[in-house]
Design a protein around this ligand. Structure first.
Ligand code: SF4
Length: 253
């Protein structure tokens, strides 16, 4: 019963975080008092210090360079990466999939269980929903390119840690350079905040267009969040319709 309750609370918090993002956890100091007897202070600056002092974090922040001249060469080059701890728990490295000359690129958070088993991004239920969303705005999955912020699965589908994102995101930037899309659609809060280097909430970011080195970035919900909260599908529909219009106008010019 206790486990069931915990699951419900975790799912509810995930839902809230998908919309509110770090705003939900923005307070940096808490005073907890328990029946006015026990008081404990938790400072997030200590947490941040632990992260920075961690040797695995240092490794993840080492500069990265490549001589790869094609995206396939690049994928092969990094497929055994161990820049972060996710290397030790992954089954398959999930580089990305799709048209390597795509004008539209979709970026999610990280591989889930199915993706980790198959080595392909967005398979399983969330992948099926993503295919349906693309179909609804007249895109075939093969037309676009799909990747994630981190290329290895975080255990138990937790969010990737800051040091894991820091380790992996240079790969994504290189991948974007190879593909050279005109528009990038971030799926979910982690993708959007990591790529745009912001702490904004999803609510604030949806509907806007951002610039990333001359490319337009838009933001919508992650399909897995839509599966948990079907009421958000209408908002996603509005976002992707806007995306399609923008795509068509860029292609016409
Ligand atoms: S998540 Fe990225 S940085 Fe970490 S091991 Fe996998 S490929 Fe390397």
């Amino acid at each position: 019963m206790e486990l069931e309750l915990k699951k419900i609370i975790v799912e509810a918090l995930k839902g809230q975080q998908a919309i509110l993002g770090d705003d939900l956890f923005e307070v940096t100091n808490f005073n907890f008092s328990f029946r006015e007897k026990k008081e404990e202070k938790i400072s997030f600056s200590k947490f941040e210090k632990d992260v920075v002092d961690n040797p695995s974090v240092e490794k993840s922040l080492q500069p990265f360079s490549t001589n790869a001249s094609t995206i396939d060469e690049f994928s092969a080059e990094i497929s055994n990466c161990d820049r972060c701890k996710l290397a030790s728990t992954r089954n398959k490295f999930v580089f990305g999939e799709g048209n390597s000359n795509a004008d539209l690129m979709l970026i999610g958070e990280g591989p889930g269980a199915e993706e980790d088993a198959q080595g392909i991004p967005f398979v399983g239920k969330a992948g099926k929903l993503l295919n349906d969303i693309l179909k609804a705005i007249n895109f075939k999955r093969e037309e676009v390119y799909i990747a994630n912020i981190v290329k290895c699965r975080p255990p138990n589908n937790r969010n990737p840690l800051p040091e894991e994102i820091a380790a992996c995101i240079p790969y994504l930037h290189k991948q974007i350079e190879f593909i050279n899309p005109k528009i990038i659609l971030c799926l979910g809060l982690v993708a959007a905040t990591s790529l745009l280097e912001t702490k904004n909430s999803l609510t604030k970011m949806r509907g806007n267009e951002y610039d990333l080195n001359g490319r337009i970035v838009m933001v919508t919900y992650h399909p897995a969040a839509l599966l948990r909260n079907p009421g958000w599908k209408r908002g996603c529909w509005e976002d992707v319709q806007k995306l399609r219009k923008l795509y068509d106008s860029l292609m016409a010019n």
